[in-house]
Design a protein around this ligand. Sequence first.
Ligand code: SF4
Length: 55
Amino acid sequence: MVVKIDEDACIACGLCEEACPVDALTIEDVAKVDADICEDIGDCVDVCPVDALSL
Ligand code: SF4
């Protein structure tokens, strides 16, 4: 399992990228998660201002 991203909701603010302790997220047009790196920690879910992330 990796974090799920609602690409329609994401506003590309970058807060999740800053919050991720394993650097699994990058911001392109919207947030993208590297499934090989993500460990389902959930710090990104907690900081997203538009609830675009879920585990
Ligand atoms: S914190 Fe939420 S809105 Fe901001 S880039 Fe990440 S997924 Fe998108």
